[in-house]
Design a binder for this molecule. Structure first.
Ligand SMILES: Nc1ncnc2c1ncn2[C@@H]1O[C@H](COP(=O)(O)OP(=O)(O)OP(=O)(O)O)[C@@H](O)[C@H]1O
Length: 233
């Protein structure tokens, strides 16, 4: 239950040439641990997360999920692996306006999970997760009736519906004030530990860094391990 990036390089076409967004990046996150990636705008953090979460296929290097290489997988194999093993949380919660919090989570199982669950089991799992993110009493609320922090909690709970091994999180606090943002980071930490997932988190906010197991800095596509105290971005 871990994620490993080995010498990952990612380029985008740029006019006649290419722009190299990620240069031979390597990292390992073990189960129950959280690694933060920070760095200036445009340094390649989102690109790195896109490869780590298999949303962009590996061009050079490899991404291993639970020790299994993803480099040679077909598109459908990659999609299955992502669905079953990787929880993804982005900046803005992409919730469907017409569905309740509970239904947003149940939908994940309808999309076909690794463990086929009955409707009753799906509901129980969704309710348990909503409870664990502090929304036990709000399962039947639609997004417009929830605060920004609560919507992000639904988003996080949803990422756990298929019992992932890996959690990939991109700037989860950017739309929130300091206090609500700190509570979201605490929640991600707590779930990382209690559900034994390997978490990769991109954040701009240095105040969260002391809580992390490891901190890496992205600078112009290069990923470097830093002591937290030495991070100055
Ligand atoms: N789809 C794309 N096509 C071409 N170039 C891209 C694409 N996405 C990103 N880039 C370029 O790749 C580099 C890294 O961008 P990326 O978005 O990964 O950085 P970032 O560190 O996540 O920035 P931010 O913190 O602003 O989100 C930048 O030079 C960017 O312009």
């Amino acid at each position: 239950m871990m994620i490993e990036l080995r010498d990952v390089t990612l380029t985008y076409p740029d006019g006649d040439g290419v722009v190299t967004a990620v240069k031979r990046a390597s990292l390992t996150v073990m189960p129950g641990e959280i690694t933060a990636i920070t760095g200036p705008s445009g340094s390649g953090k989102s690109s790195l997360l896109a490869v780590a979460s298999t949303l962009i296929g590996v061009q050079e290097g490899d991404v291993l999920i639970d020790g299994k290489s993803t480099a040679g997988l077909s598109k459908s194999e990659t999609a299955s692996l992502r669905r079953d093993k990787i929880g993804i949380v982005f900046q803005q919660p992409n919730l469907l306006a017409s569905l309740t919090a509970l239904e947003q989570l149940e939908l994940m199982s309808h999309l076909g999970g690794r463990k086929l669950r009955s409707k009753r089991e799906t509901r129980a799992k969704a309710l348990e997760l909503l409870e664990s993110v502090g929304l036990g009493g709000k399962a039947h609320k639609r997004p417009h009736a929830l605060s920004g922090g609560e919507r992000q909690r639904v988003n996080i709970a949803r990422a756990f519906m298929n019992d992932p091994s890996v959690l990939v999180v991109d700037e989860p606090t950017s739309a929130l004030d300091q206090e609500r943002g700190a509570a979201i980071i605490d929640l991600i930490l707590e779930l990382t530990r209690s559900r034994n997932v390997a978490t990769l988190l991109v954040t701009h906010d240095r105040s969260h860094l002391p809580l992390m197991d490891a901190v890496m800095v992205m600078l112009d596509g290069n990923l470097e391990q830093r002591a937290e105290a030495a991070v100055a971005v």
